[in-house]
Each structure stands twice: as C-alpha cells, then as structure tokens.
Design a protein around this ligand. Structure first.
Ligand code: MG
Length: 271
C-alpha cells in the first residue's frame, strides 16, 4: 500500500515537472506573440523597434563649430596654430622642440628627433594636416615618412603613398604594422592632406595588463580608412605588438624619420 502511494506521488511529481517544462518552453512564444512581424503595405514587413532602455538625462552641451571647414571648434585644444612650437617639446633632448616653423606650418628638422605635445589626453577627436615633400625622393618607407603617435605609442603612419608601393600595413593611414588602410586616399606629394581621428585609450589593471584595448577610427582626406579597429599594442617596427602599461593620458608625438614632412592646423577634443 505504502509502495503504491509512493509510486503515485512519484508519478505526480514527474507529471508536474513535465507540465512546468512545457510551460517554460511555450511561455516565450506566448509573450512575444504580440511582437510578431506584422504585414503593413503589401510587400512591406514591419518589425517593431525596441525602445531605448533609458532616455538621456542631460542635454548635449552647446559648442560652436568653426566657420571654416577643418578649423577648430570652440571646445578644442589647439596643439599647433601655425605660429610657434611653444606647445611642444623635444622627445630626444627634452626642452624646446627643434623643428622649423614657417608660413603657418611646422617641418621636420632631420636629426633633431621626434617632438611631443605638452598637452596630454586620452579618448579624443584629433584633427591634423600634413604634407610630404613635393620633390619626390626615395621609395617605399623612405619617401615622405613621418608618423602620428597617439599617447606617444600608437602610430598612424604618415607616408607619401601616391604611386609608392610598400607593405600594406606600412602605407599612409595604416596603423603601423597592424592594419592597412581600407583604401588608399592619398593626395599627390606636396599637397595638404587631413587626418581626422577618433581614438579610445586603453586601460590597464594594477599589474599592467590591458583590461581595455585602444580603438581607432581614421578619416583621410574625408574618406574612412580605419573603422573603429582594435589596436593590438605598441606599433613597433621590429617586434610584434604588445601593450606596455601607461597612464590614462598621453601626449601626441610626431616622428622625425629624416624626411621633410610638414604639419599644420592641429587640434584635439578630449572626449
Ligand atoms: Mg612613420
């Protein structure tokens, strides 16, 4: 008798569990029945849009864009306005940057080394204009080579890549030795070119391990050439990329690679 009772109660539990399992399986179907794609106009499928989780609480800040395209908006920090190098230091020698300034641009002075901005930043939007020598000399990496290093670590290559072959992740607009540009949007040597860069800085834990990798988007002469790619680490020439821990802010470094590359109109917006 006892055994039969136990047996019946076991059957009861099993049946109960089965019903619960079936309910769990069909519940989502019932819940989403009201959200099924609906037919609107003939041939048109209407898919309900999920509303945003939360409405923004703060009104976007008002800033004043520049009157001229490419010039700094009201909330930018000007790194170089064409008049002097007071905002820059020599990486090799310390003290003042030793490049030349004339006619509204700065030019690499070969042998004086890289220069870096005194202003430091992390996440940012950067605008910078550059030109390679109009007198074409050398080839491959030896023609109009310089570079723009975010946080002094991560190089967006500057090179005369107009009719000048080199390895793809070393041409103008590459993230050096990591990503080739999506297209070659280079202007002719001697012509001014623009990079508009959106950079997201990496983060490190207390033992120096990256907890968040850097990301970068580059627009070259108005054309997207790097689309939010994840940077693998320092952009070395002779080693595989590897992250070396650094602080949350860093300078912008410009490279002296021995060629007479020019820069002008450099501004940054910290994000
Ligand atoms: Mg370079």
């Amino acid at each position: 008798m006892e055994t039969r009772k136990r047996r019946l109660s076991q059957i009861g539990i099993a049946a109960g569990l089965s019903i619960m399992a079936i309910m769990l399986m069909i519940a989502p179907a019932i819940a989403t029945r009201g959200q099924q794609p609906q037919q609107g106009q003939p041939g048109q499928l209407q898919i309900p849009v999920t509303p945003p989780y939360e409405s923004p609480k703060a009104e976007p800040r008002v800033i004043t864009p520049s009157a001229a395209p490419g010039a700094a908006p009201s909330d930018a920090t000007i790194l170089f306005d064409g008049s002097n190098l007071s905002g820059w230091r020599s990486v090799r020698f310390g003290g003042d940057a030793r490049w030349e300034v004339r006619d509204g641009y700065m030019q690499v002075k070969p042998g004086t080394g890289d220069i870096a901005s005194k202003f430091e930043f992390g996440d940012c939007q950067l605008h910078i204009e550059w030109s390679t020598p109009s007198v074409v000399k050398g080839q491959g990496q030896g023609r109009g080579n310089s570079g723009i290093f975010l946080m002094e670590q991560y190089e967006v290559q500057v090179l005369d890549s107009y009719n000048n072959k080199t390895y793809f992740h070393g041409q103008a607009g590459s993230i050096y030795k990591q990503y080739a540009p999506l297209v070659n949007a280079s202007r002719k040597p001697g012509e001014w070119q623009t990079y508009d860069i959106i950079f997201s800085a990496p983060e490190f834990d207390e033992i120096g391990k990256p907890t968040k990798r850097a990301r970068i988007t580059v627009i070259h002469n108005g054309i997207l050439i790097q689309n939010n790619v994840e940077i693998h680490g320092n952009t070395w020439n002779d080693r595989a990329p590897l992250y070396t821990a650094h602080g949350p802010k860093g300078a912008l470094k410009l490279q002296d690679h021995g060629d007479l590359v020019r820069y002008r109109n450099i501004w940054v917006r910290s994000l």
